[in-house]
Design a protein around this ligand. Structure first.
Ligand code: GDD
Ligand code: MN
Length: 360
């Protein structure tokens, strides 16, 4: 057996109906090369792994990593790259959106380049059936990433690219395990001498299954860009927490106004209900958005909600004590109250991230 020229790393989550077709196409297009494919599956409940194993049983080129108790596109790609044995390493989607027929020309380009990106936005490249909205989002993300990160890529959001082994292994520890913009992270940290080529391709529609990237992806992109621009210490999580807090205030006032003014409920009861509702909606929003990477699910959600309630009550107590203390020491009423709110807010944030979402 000679050296593996190309390792294709494919992260999978619920892609059972795409595996066989994808492998079939890789076999066709890579007949002249020594290749392997490394699927990285996060214990997909739909049987993706069994489909991979069935193929791997009689073809040694088909390898896989089975991860349990973990999720995440970036960390999956990272582990696939680290396990690859090829001189070149490609990353692509499992759903046939990435046209495998450009792999040979990407491989040829890698003779002279460290990184070869399959791009939707040069030459004959394109997107097949995207709605105006998705096109707009993609364009905006591309433009934003150019403002924040210096690079010359036409398609920095591409999830389809190929690297020479040395470049990949040097860059792999730059990839944040929590993110999803692996290519952008690689180029953001790459030395300026990196030789980059682009190959056009048309992004196809998914063969089967559904996309796992949702609207939070846009937020994660924003976090990455801000941190890249202003340093890792940029308090993005805190900003999200504050945003959710602000929304909570509107929920509170809305519910209170509705129940007290419109329904005619007693103020004390309406206020109590408003507090409960605002707190609950804040919990769910923070769980979905701010702490998405440590999301509490299933049975642990209720327990987390209760501890969030406890944390918030302690925050309210602290807020009360701080404002009363300041007011007693000749602070104007509004400043005393505002300081109390700030103290409560920071308490809530720190205590919630430590005890409710268990972040380090
Ligand atoms: N192991 C693992 N774990 N794989 C995952 C996970 C995960 O948590 N989430 C998604 N995947 C796999 C999917 O199964 C698929 O093979 C690939 O990662 C990309 O996910 P999709 O759900 O197909 O993403 P998309 O098509 O919406 O987004 C694609 O296009 C974007 C550009 O518009 C991806 O290629 C993105 O990387 C790309 O930025
Ligand atoms: Mn896809």
């Amino acid at each position: 057996m000679s050296r593996v020229q190309l390792s294709v790393v494919i992260p999978t989550y619920n892609e059972v109906d795409n595996i066989a077709a994808l492998v079939q196409r890789l076999r066709q297009v890579l007949t002249d090369h020594h290749w392997e494919v490394i699927f990285v599956d996060d214990d997909s409940p739909d049987g993706t792994l069994a489909a991979i194993q069935a193929l791997a049983a009689d073809d040694a080129r088909i390898r896989y990593i089975h991860r349990q108790g973990r999720r995440g596109l970036n960390s999956a790609c990272k582990e696939g790259i680290l396990a690859a044995s090829g001189d070149c390493i490609a990353v692509m989607d499992a759903d046939l959106q990435h046209d495998e027929r450009v792999l040979p020309s990407m491989l040829a380009q890698a003779q002279q380049h460290d990184l070869v990106v399959a791009s939707r936005y040069i030459g004959s490249g394109g997107v097949s059936d995207w709605s105006r909205f998705r096109l707009l989002i993609s364009r905006a993300a591309t433009w934003l990433s150019r403002v924040f990160v210096r690079h010359q890529l036409s398609d920095p959001m591409s999830g389809f690219f190929l690297m020479r082994r040395d470049f990949a292994l040097r860059g792999v520890d730059q990839i944040d395990s929590d993110g999803f913009k692996i290519l952008l992270e690689l180029v953001a940290k790459a030395p300026s001498s990196t030789r980059v080529a682009e190959v056009p391709y048309v992004f196809r529609s998914r063969l089967a299954g559904e996309s796992k990237l949702d609207s939070r992806v846009a937020l994660q992109l924003l976090a990455f860009l801000l941190k890249h621009r202003f340093g890792q210490r940029f308090p993005f999580e805190l900003c999200l927490y504050a945003l959710v807090g602000g929304l909570g205030v509107s929920v509170h006032l809305g519910v209170l106004g509705g129940l007290h003014k419109i329904v005619g409920l007693d103020f004390r009861l309406a206020q109590a209900l408003a507090i409960l509702l605002a707190m609950t909606s804040n919990f769910y929003l923070n769980n979905w958005l701010t702490f998405a990477n440590s999301q509490r699910r299933h049975a642990s959600t209720l327990r987390a909600l209760l501890s969030y309630g406890l944390v918030c009550s302690m925050g309210a107590g602290l807020s009360y004590l701080v404002s009363v203390f300041l007011y007693a020491h000749a602070t104007p009423w509004w400043l005393a109250s505002f300081s109390g709110i700030l103290a409560g807010f920071f308490w809530n944030y720190q205590a919630a991230r430590l005890w409710v979402w268990c972040r380090a």
